[in-house]
Design a protein. Structure first.
Length: 194
């Protein structure tokens, strides 16, 4: 059965070490799945930034981008060529008043989940605040209505059900980082655990 779901990546591929490729998109979640409607969605910006809250309409009013990137889970699977639509983090930050001393962000989610990122990782190529997966609204099990997509790091950094972005001076661990996961999570370095 496993051979029908996952398969080894070709030796010439750009799949990180220790990963198997899947055509499916497994759902990995810790805890109950939050149910957030577009009407009640809010993205709070706070910390070392001028505090503001973006509604669903305000998020969609920002310039939108579609990216296609590979998606790597710390549990050893990769899905190649996943298409996401949303606001690039580099575009989002252009519309925010962020204090120059900010070095990190903490992503906060409906349901209480958090994950930390260095500001340079949050603003890396292809990172976005996504609301579409393969051209359709993101299903709730995959983090809809809005999730982060941080494609160069393991998927736990691509926080589902995003509700807030906290800009911080210095780093502090989020949920999985407090529970033994690596602070950064680079899949090509196999930064799975601390």
């Amino acid at each position: 059965m496993l051979g029908k779901i996952f398969h080894k990546a070709p030796a010439s591929s750009n799949v990180p070490p220790g990963q198997s490729v899947t055509e499916r998109f497994p759902v990995m979640t810790y805890g109950p799945t939050p149910r957030v409607s577009e009407a009640t969605f809010e993205l709070r910006i706070f910390g070392l930034a001028e505090e503001t809250t973006l509604s669903w309409e305000a998020l969609l009013a920002l310039p939108q981008t579609r990216i296609t990137r590979d998606f790597h889970c710390v549990t050893h699977w990769s899905k190649l060529g996943v298409s996401w639509t949303g606001v690039l983090t580099t575009e989002l930050i252009r519309h925010l008043a962020v204090h120059p001393e900010a070095t990190h962000v903490m992503l906060h989610c409906y349901g209480g989940y958090t994950t930390n990122l260095a500001l340079e990782d949050f603003l890396a190529d292809g990172c976005l605040i996504a609301h579409k997966l393969e051209g359709q609204p993101i299903p709730v099990d995959h983090g809809g209505p809005v999730r982060a997509v941080i494609p160069h790091l393991y998927a736990w950094k691509s926080a589902k059900w995003l509700s807030g972005i906290e800009f911080m001076r210095g780093d502090r661990p989020g949920f999985w980082e407090r529970n033994g996961y690596h602070r950064r999570g680079d899949p090509f370095r196999e930064e799975r655990y601390s």
